[in-house]
Design a protein around this ligand. Structure first.
Ligand code: AHR
Length: 506
């Protein structure tokens, strides 16, 4: 058994736990919307056609924000197609995913669904085939109280109250040659700045996200962020990041170390944004919106190629997740929390069926994939302040990232509720780790709960027939004595420990 140690100290605060860290993403892609969140005629559907079984799982997942309606889809989307009487909405081809879009679900349905679940909407704009005018039109339709053409149209369409959408993404992945309306950084930076200025003229309180790079391997990564921010620094609040990871060629050790790349990506974007800040002599800091992140077996998707027959809601990138995938997802949440001084919003991509924690069958059940569990438990447990921890752990050699510590962890401290929590992964592919945690600075008087997600088979997954094959289980291999905690972490595992703290005497 390997050994590792770390210390928790309430003085080592990084940032508050931002609730927007636990965001998700609904794109008109595959079966995320149709037969995902929306399926009129399903036995659990409500009067609006929203699946109640899915809604219950979304609630349990603890999702706080949802980005909508894309993704690559948004770069060819006309939002007007998705509002008004459903029998008059046009059916169109979606160039991004080679599908047929029926437009039976659109903005007003999305807002109704999100509000019912207490979810904050985060709206993406089409800056691919469209531009500034359509963006301000959509803003008027969505947020203006009434008395103008477009706001009155919303009222006539059955939404008397303004939608009050605060967060807006200025396009999607426009650095990518695959994107409809792909642009140079200069073209995009100008468009983002102009669109942002026009939107702010209507509502200065909006929070606006400029597109960063589609991933850190893009040839323009770094230069794109710098040029876009040079042009749009004063007009935007956020720059976006997207990252997907997968196991390549059976290299589990590298896959488990994926956050080595994620950490580096985040820190590089922070450095780039701050360099522009220095050059422009500004005091404002740009925040990071990690608005697409997940495990995605992209190689399988590219091998399949686009469908030739323009199907409606086809099964696209419905990855089935295993234990190792869940450990990486838990580790990605650790990375996002650890960077909470700059990453203040994030969206796991996507929510249902499409690379998703929740799966459904049309007319049938909904169930939790393995990756559901670390997300739900982190969202439910992380509270108060994020604490920096520096594990002292053995190193594991990886082909992609060199030597990485087998342990990665973050902690949170919520003094108002006398609670603290530790989130930790064991990235060793073979060895248990006995982790010692010095808690003397926290006055912990007990372990309220300790749960570990692991399995003898790192590739075990959940299915419709066996939906609970992989779930986090109580970890009883944990001791707390004299402020020192020891817990045994199985190989390829994710663990959450909830600590009960002594209340200060009055
Ligand atoms: O989430 C799937 C796709 O991945 C999104 O549409 C796009 O933005 C990204 O490349």
């Amino acid at each position: 058994m390997l050994t590792a140690s770390m210390t928790l100290d309430p003085a080592f605060r990084i940032a508050p736990v931002h609730r927007r860290t636990f965001g998700s993403f609904v794109e008109h892609m595959g079966r995320c919307v149709y037969t995902g969140i929306y399926e009129p005629g399903h036995p659990t559907a409500d009067a609006d056609g929203f699946r109640r079984d899915v809604a219950d799982l979304v609630r349990e997942l603890g999702v706080t924000t949802v980005r909508y309606p894309g993704g690559n889809f948004v770069s060819g989307y006309r939002w007007e197609d998705g509002v008004g009487p459903k029998d008059r909405r046009p059916v169109r081809r979606d160039l991004a995913w080679h599908s047929t879009e029926t437009n039976q679900f659109g903005l007003d349905e999305f807002i109704r669904w999100a509000r019912t679940l207490g979810i904050e909407p985060m709206m993406a704009l089409n800056l691919g085939t469209r531009g500034l005018q359509e963006a301000v039109d959509l803003l008027e339709y969505a947020n203006h109280p009434g008395g103008t053409h477009l706001s009155d149209l919303r009222v006539a369409n059955g939404s008397p109250e303004p939608h009050g959408i605060r967060m807006w993404c200025l396009g999607n992945e426009l650095d990518g040659p695959w994107q409809t309306g792909h642009k140079t950084a200069r073209e995009y930076g100008r468009l983002a700045a102009e669109t942002a200025a026009a939107m702010r003229a209507s509502d200065p309180g909006l929070e606006l996200v400029a597109c960063g790079s589609s991933n850190s391997a893009m040839p323009t990564f770094g230069a794109w962020e710098a040029e876009v921010l040079e042009l749009a620094y004063d007009s935007v609040d956020y720059i976006s990041l997207h990252a997907y990871y997968q196991e390549h060629d059976g290299d589990l050790a590298s896959f488990l170390a994926s956050t080595a790349d994620m950490d580096h990506f985040i820190e590089s974007v922070v450095a780039t944004a701050d360099a522009v800040r220095a050059r422009l002599k500004r005091t404002k800091r740009i925040q990071l919106s990690f608005d697409e992140w997940n495990v995605w077996y992209q190689s399988r998707f590219h091998d399949a190629g686009p469908p030739a027959d323009w199907p409606i809601a086809p099964r696209v990138i419905e990855d089935r997740y295993n234990v190792a995938d869940a450990v990486v997802v838990g580790n990605m949440l650790i990375s996002l929390l650890r960077h909470g001084d700059r990453v203040t919003a994030a969206s796991q991509a996507q929510l249902v069926n499409v690379i998703a924690p929740i799966m459904t069958e049309p007319g049938g059940p909904a169930w939790r994939q393995t990756i559901f569990h670390p997300f739900a438990l982190t969202a439910a447990t992380a509270a108060g302040q994020v604490l920096r921890v520096e594990p002292d752990a053995p190193l594991q050699e990886t082909a992609r990232y060199g030597e990485v510590p087998v342990i990665d962890a973050v902690a949170t401290h919520d003094p108002d509720n006398d609670q603290a929590a530790v989130f930790v992964v064991n990235r060793s592919t073979t060895e248990q780790v006995a982790l010692g945690i010095d808690l003397r600075g926290l006055d912990a008087h007990g372990v309220a709960d300790c749960r570990t997600l692991s399995d003898d088979d790192a590739y075990a997954a959940n299915t419709a027939e066996a939906p609970d094959r992989v779930v986090p289980r109580p970890n009883r291999d944990i001791r707390l004595q004299d402020g020192r905690l020891t817990v045994v972490l199985p190989p390829v595992s994710w663990t959450v420990i909830r600590l009960a703290l002594a209340t200060e005497p009055a």
